[in-house]
Design a protein around this ligand. Structure first.
Ligand SMILES: Cc1cc2nc3c(=O)[nH]c(=O)nc-3n(C[C@H](O)[C@H](O)[C@H](O)COP(=O)(O)O)c2cc1C
Length: 183
């Protein structure tokens, strides 16, 4: 049982705090967790070569770009549940998370039936960011478990709001339940 969270914020801020809190709750139930901080990784933009589709429906499952994404493909394939966390930028998901998502092209068909959770943080309004995450989940045929959205601006704001922690606790219980169901 493994829950893998991906943080799409370029700063150590609210999204990261929320993901850490959520993973902390999940790991207390004996589930393995890991947090990927995209801001610490070298992940280039998809160059659209479509070499990953060279085998037609039997994709090659490899990407020609040699960067940190190579080490993430096995982690994504192993995980039972993914958590995608994004700050809201111009009412959409962050560029950092979108770059990562585009680079899942070599394996996206293999993500089918995995569980996925969405986290989005904005100053004023979530806009289409959660819809962006849900669209990706639907395209991949993943099962949507749930989401938490939060309004916060400065990096530590979310951590000072107990009601956010309360909602994360509830979501963590759901994640643990669905992950254990499958094991
Ligand atoms: C480039 C940029 C665009 C933003 N666009 C929005 C927006 O459209 N709506 C909003 O409510 N907040 C917006 N914000 C505010 C962030 O979503 C907010 O500060 C959030 O807490 C960032 O999450 P983080 O702390 O995890 O990085 C934007 C911030 C940046 C830097």
């Amino acid at each position: 049982m493994k829950v893998l969270a991906v943080c799409g914020s370029p700063r150590k801020g609210n999204t990261e705090w929320i993901l850490r809190k959520l993973l902390d709750e999940v790991s207390q139930a004996g589930v393995d967790t890991e947090l990927l901080l995209l801001r610490e990784m070298n992940i280039g933009a998809c160059d659209g070569c479509l070499a990953c589709e060279a085998g037609g429906k039997q994709r090659k499952n490899i990407c020609n770009i040699e960067d940190d994404m190579q080490g993430l493909y096995p982690k994504l394939l192993e995980a039972d549940c993914l958590i995608f966390g994004t700050p809201v930028y111009f009412e959409m998901l962050s560029g950092q998370l979108k770059t990562f998502i585009d680079r899942t092209c070599p394996i996206w068909t293999k993500l089918k039936n995995k569980r996925i959770v969405g986290i989005a943080v904005a100053e004023e309004g979530i806009g289409k960011a959660m819809q962006n995450l849900r669209t990706y989940a639907a395209v991949c045929g993943m099962d949507w478990v749930g989401s938490v959205t939060a309004l916060a601006k400065t990096p530590k704001e979310a951590s000072k709001r107990p009601e956010i922690a309360g909602r994360l606790k509830i979501l963590s219980r759901k994640i643990v339940r669905v992950v254990k169901e499958r094991s």
